[in-house]
Design a protein around this ligand. Structure first.
Ligand code: GLN
Length: 533
């Protein structure tokens, strides 16, 4: 039977509890245990797919096509397990399920209530996650902060879990902040004590407390927290600010959090082997070279493109290079200022996006990369716009466009309707096959002809227009054979101009950079070196 770890947070948000949860996952995995992770989000949106990346960061997509919170990206990058729709649960999703059942009469006329109907449904997600993943350990992070009204049903559900499956099969990890008051030069433990009290008032006594702090926490403060919060001193763990994200599992391992958890669960496991991870962190620390990649997107902020951000860094580290990533709001890019804005870039990336806003600016950036032979990587919308830009500016079809942003487009080279499919207005989500043509750049980086990648889009290249690209530099290098959908393109006579309809960033891992990002970064570094000569 699976063991359940529940991760909560108190005092303030943004404590890094998702990273701590994933780091625990990585440690347990490296003890030889099978780990699965899930996130319970207290907001009412049914899934994060429709939420603004500006407020909520990127939408992360799983293999099975669930549109999820960006924290799942951290989970996958840390534990290197592909998660599923059972990993992303929101209040909206839970209520929808319960209300659906009620409408179908499945509650037989009973009064439907938060306890037990909502809480039972929440618990079902824990059990389903364990059953479907066959994991030894299921780690569940509860979004938000203890004390929020929205989080109460989730906390009640995880409280009940200990009653249901037993003390030795459940473990509560609570994350708090230990602030430093510079005027009195003191670290303060009181917010932690209050937060734990709040959790206890809901019937949950944490087994482990992780303390986020800017400074090292003296032993006497840890002892105080252990005493007041009723935990063992070995279970008071500090998480001081850390320069390298991927170092966090190692910091937790130094404090033997993994041994504490394994002992609590009464498991016998292999000894912890972090040798590969340590090597990876050393590699990150030894990166000395620098490059600049400019991401020309709709939202000039890192969280909206978090997986791309990480994937670029993963690939850079492989070449001992730190990638500086600059985000430019595509709406500000035009013919006049493009040289000023992109002149310094060693590589240009146009990420996924929706709607008309900023499409013109993105195409300007694409034209600049194409004409100046700067390495270019187009993802999803970035591929669609590359084809439109080429049709307009190289082939002279000024009316070429996408029906996504011009409804009566005279030349819809990107469109919804295709001869072989009738999936109109449906999002193509999750893993799909792609067949790569030998002899292309993309084949070279993957070193295989059949791949599977994650998708999230409605529009596609319209095959009726394939002929306009005949005898040009455009190569349709990857195709989904089942539905004859163009998946990847590239340009001949350019150092690196590659674009794909799918989202490769979701499959990059710090210890396994994605081949496409490696290929791009290789070209980016060559471009940088050219400038230095
Ligand atoms: N808006 C485009 C589509 O729906 C591209 C989506 C994306 O870039 N993720 O097809």
């Amino acid at each position: 039977m699976a063991k359940f770890i529940f991760v909560t947070g108190g005092v303030v948000s943004s404590l890094g509890k998702g990273i701590n949860a994933s780091s625990i996952g990585r440690l347990l995995k490296n003890h030889g245990l099978k780990v699965f992770m899930q996130k319970f989000d207290p907001y009412i949106n049914v899934d994060p797919g429709n939420m603004s990346p500006l407020q909520h960061g990127e939408v992360f997509v799983t293999d099975d096509g669930a549109e999820t919170d960006l924290d799942l990206g951290h989970y996958e990058r840390f534990i290197d397990e592909n998660l599923s729709r059972y990993s992303s649960v929101t209040t909206g999703k839970v209520y929808l399920k319960v209300i659906d059942k009620e409408r179908k009469g499945e509650y037989g006329g009973k009064t439907v209530q938060v306890v037990p109907h909502i809480t039972d449904t929440i618990k079902e997600y824990c059990y389903k996650a364990a059953e479907n993943s066959q994991a030894d350990i299921v780690i569940t992070e509860i979004g938000g902060t203890v004390g929020d009204i929205e989080g109460l049903p989730f906390l009640e559900a995880i409280r009940q879990m200990r009653r249901d499956v037993g003390y030795n099969n459940t473990l509560y990890v609570h994350n708090t902040l230990v602030p430093y008051i510079s005027a009195s030069q003191e670290l303060k433990t009181k917010p932690t004590q209050h937060s734990v009290k709040e959790l206890q008032s809901l019937g949950i006594s944490p087994d482990i407390i992780i303390l986020r702090s800017e400074r090292k926490i003296p032993q006497k403060d840890k002892e105080k927290i252990a005493l007041f919060c009723n935990v063992n001193i070995e279970a008071v763990i500090e998480a001081t600010d850390c320069k390298y994200l991927y170092e966090i599992p190692l910091n937790l391992a130094k404090q033997h959090i993994d041994d504490y958890i394994i002992h609590h669960f009464g498991l016998s496991t292999n000894p912890l082997d972090m040798s590969e991870w340590i090597k990876m962190v050393e590699n990150i620390k030894s990166a000395k070279k620098e490059t600049l990649v400019t991401v020309v997107g709709k939202y000039p902020l890192q969280d909206a493109y978090l997986s791309i951000n990480e994937a670029l860094k993963h690939a850079g580290w492989q070449y001992k290079t730190n990638v500086k990533i600059e985000y430019i709001d595509a709406e500000t890019v035009d013919e006049e200022n493009v040289n000023l804005l992109l002149g310094k870039a060693d590589g240009i990336l146009v990420p996924g996006g929706f709607g008309e806003r900023a499409a013109i600016g993105k195409m300007e950036a694409i034209r600049y990369a194409r004409e100046n032979k700067i390495p270019y990587f187009g993802i999803c919308f970035g591929m669609q716009l590359s084809l439109i830009e080429y049709a307009r500016n190289v082939l002279g079809y000024k009316e070429a466009g996408s029906t996504e942003f011009c409804e009566n487009c005279k030349m819809p080279i990107i469109d919804l309707k295709f001869s072989k499919r009738s999936m109109e207005n449906h999002m193509r989500l999750g893993l799909y096959d792609c067949h790569l043509m030998p002899g292309t750049k993309i084949y070279d980086v993957y070193q295989t002809s059949d791949i599977k990648e994650r998708h999230r889009h409605r529009f596609e290249f319209n095959n009726n227009y394939r002929k306009i690209y005949e005898n040009t530099d455009v190569v349709f290098s990857g195709i989904n054979l089942e539905n004859d959908i163009v998946e990847t393109i590239e340009l001949k006579n350019h150092p690196w101009f590659v674009a794909c309809q799918y989202h490769p960033e979701f499959l990059s891992r710090p210890n396994k950079p994605h081949p496409l990002f490696l290929g791009f970064m290789n070209a980016v570094i060559a471009e940088r070196e050219k400038k230095n000569i």
